[in-house]
Design a protein around this ligand. Structure first.
Ligand code: NAP
Ligand code: ZN
Length: 351
């Protein structure tokens, strides 16, 4: 079996460090990929530190993968050696439940296989993610990537892009809608770009005064400092939809009250602890909905990649070397990233 190298957390309280492991040889249905870039999602940090529970160590995070095909199995028809491809948060699902039939593999009733910390049906143990030099993935979970775009900037689309595109599409965001985006991090900055490309009037809510100019440059029509209660009040009962990307518990009522009649706030941030429960009256008073959304299906991810290619959308990134990952995690915790760290896998060397 091919040897792989990468970075892993050996325990929840340990920094990530160099790690050697094995990948499987491609089966008839598999695509083998040499990883060129991998984005750094806040979920990687949550899982490497076992903040959600259930992390199996060693844990190799990474689910925003872009690279080149190096081998394909005999039944693979969509990809050939040399193609530029992407892999997101899933590498398999049951393929026969209602959700899979409808192309919503992320809601697989039998549980999808995560790109990392999922059940590895081939080698046993858990799957290892994209903080590594190579990966072998079932063809149906590999995405086509246009190599006309900056590939390092494409990597974050595989999670941050689809996680924001899917709810914006599901709730029908379009021209004439006023859409709030809460938090300008990896997910939030993609939400601002995509909602703006969909034609919406975008209102960004940030806790960081230093991000106002960037928010506007990225496509927000208005930027509100969410700690400023007076500025928040100006938006009461005005927004059709809010996409909330915050990675920490916070007061949801402050945002629910900004929705107009029948408006929806969709949560995509998954903090380690629960948010304080919102006031029921705040929902009832304007028939508002509070919802959630998980990444997006494979067909929808391809649709998102094509949408981004058409609109020239990539992520604003800070490229890092593999051995800078622990510093990057600390900066992400301080909301100090513009706006996604991406690991240049050429910096990962055999020890
Ligand atoms: P990120 O880059 O760290 O961005 C989160 C942003 O939230 C920060 O930049 C900050 O923006 C804001 N924020 C952080 N702490 C806050 C606080 N205490 N109060 C208010 N705002 C705060 O993280 P990310 O990679 O975008 O991920 C965001 C969350 O989504 C994570 O919990 C991640 O696990 C989750 N996620 C969910 C899915 C899904 O399928 N649902 C997929 C991927 C990730 P400002 O500086 O602008 O305030
Ligand atoms: Zn992610």
């Amino acid at each position: 079996m091919p040897q792989a190298i990468g970075y892993a957390a050996q325990a929840a309280d340990k920094e990530l460090e160099y790690f050697e492991f094995e990948r499987r040889d491609p089966t008839a249905e598999d695509v083998e990929i040499e990883i060129e870039y991998c984005g750094v999602c806040h979920s990687d940090l949550h899982q490497a530190r076992n903040e959600w529970g259930g992390t199996v160590f060693p844990c190799v995070p990474g689910h925003e993968i872009v690279g080149k095909v190096t081998r394909v199995g005999s039944k693979v028809s969509k990809f050939k050696v040399g193609d530029t491809v992407g892999v997101g948060c899933m590498v398999d699902s049951c393929g026969h439940c209602h959700s899979c039939d409808e192309g919503h593999e992320q809601y697989c009733e039998n549980g999808f296989v995560g790109t990392y910390n999922g059940e590895d049906k081939h080698l046993g143990g858990v799957t290892f993610g994209g903080y590594s030099n190579r990966i072998t993935v079932k063809e149906g979970f590999v995405l086509k990537v246009s190599d006309k775009l900056d590939l390092a900037g494409v990597a974050p689309l595989l999670c941050a892009g689809i996680t924001t595109y899917s709810p914006l599409r599901h709730w029908g965001v379009t021209k004439g809608h006023k859409v709030g985006v809460v938090g300008l991090g990896g997910l939030g900055h993609m939400a601002v770009k995509i909602a703006s490309a969909m034609g919406a009037e975008v209102v960004l809510f940030t806790t960081s005064p230093g991000k106002v100019d960037d928010g506007k440059r990225l496509g927000a029509d208005h930027v509100v400092i969410s700690k400023d209660e007076e500025a928040m009040k100006e938006w009461t009962n005005s927004l059709d939809f809010i996409l909330n990307t915050v990675a920490a518990p916070h007061d949801l009522d402050a945002y629910l009250s900004l929705l107009r009649l029948d408006g929806t706030m969709c949560l995509v941030g998954v903090p380690a602890e629960h948010h304080p429960s919102p006031a029921v009256f705040n929902l009832i008073a304007k028939r508002r909905s509070l919802a959630g959304s998980l990444i997006g299906g494979i067909a929808e991810t391809q649709e998102m990649l094509d949408f981004c290619a058409e609109h020239g959308i990539t992520s604003d990134i800070e490229m890092i070397a593999m051995d800078e990952i622990n510093v990057a995690y600390e900066r992400m915790l301080k909301s100090d990233v513009k706006y996604r760290f991406v690991i240049d896998m050429a910096t990962l060397k055999q020890k």
